[in-house]
Write a new protein. Sequence first.
Length: 353
Amino acid sequence: MARNKGSSRSRRVVAVGYGQMGRGMARLIERTPWTQLVGVVDRDEDVQAAAANDYGLPSSCVGQSLVQVLRQAQPDLVIVNTPSELHYRQIMTALNHGCHVLAAKPLAATLPQALRIVQHARNVGRKVVVGQQIRFNRHYLAVARFLASGAIGTVESVYLLNSKPRPQPMNLGEIEQPALLEMACHHFDALLAIFPFSQPHSIMATGYRPSWSEYKGYCMVNAMMELTGGVHVLYHGGFSAQAPCYELRLEGTNGTLRCRGIHMSAGEFSYEVATVGGEFATAYLEALVPERSPWDVYMEHWHRYLTRGTEPVFSARRNLPVIALLDAGAESMARGRRVQIEGSARYAEALNA
């Protein structure tokens, strides 16, 4: 049984979804000083029993029905870790019960749903955030710090390649855009993190399935993107690589930064810098960045948002440009052409919310 953090200041949390990520979030809730797990929602009865046993939860606070668990557990916060097509209904239900919400990425399966969530949260006075913790990886914090120093000048060209072997689709097997919705969303947010003054401008994307893949949808994505400020991005990502692939290359007016690793979530990266026309030399970008769990950093920001109202970069409202990129990427695949984001009426609300 988990420890009882019965402080009067503890935030009571219901976790929706108790799969691999949901269990990880439950452990995060329990180790965070200001949160207390009080209920779990999952459609699988065996999983429900495991959750109740893991955290000593009463049977009335574990079940299939979100509404019933909310009534019994009386939470302050709801954390949603379910497939993206379920997010809209579950988030709106939690908001209607007076709860703040942390939703796994992406916020919703469609842009209109995401916009309605943001508006409804505003109407009911609740706060919704998105689980875009990857931007707090030491790697991306180090890259952002390096670029802000001006060491390679103004960056105009970016290559971001990140794919991995995930041969078993599991809960991603049936969805149409697994790579775009479940992986590229992190990459797009990371790009906006290292270019904090840029917004999505346009995207041309293609999706595909290698012959060896067991996914039914597009498990691999290639794209050419442009961000405002003249940042041009060549992107590749997905789940059906035959071996891990990670490279982030940024070319500026004064030189190039090259980063290599196994995956965006793996903590070992090499860094090399070259001046214009020069040879690459090893750099140590992470020396000035503390080694911390990105989720611990995330939870600190979330706590400040809940207590003092300081809106973080991962709020639902501020995450809308990422949803715009995902929506435009899917539209580009469907139409076979480049999709304009900046200046388009379709995306104006997402970029100006």
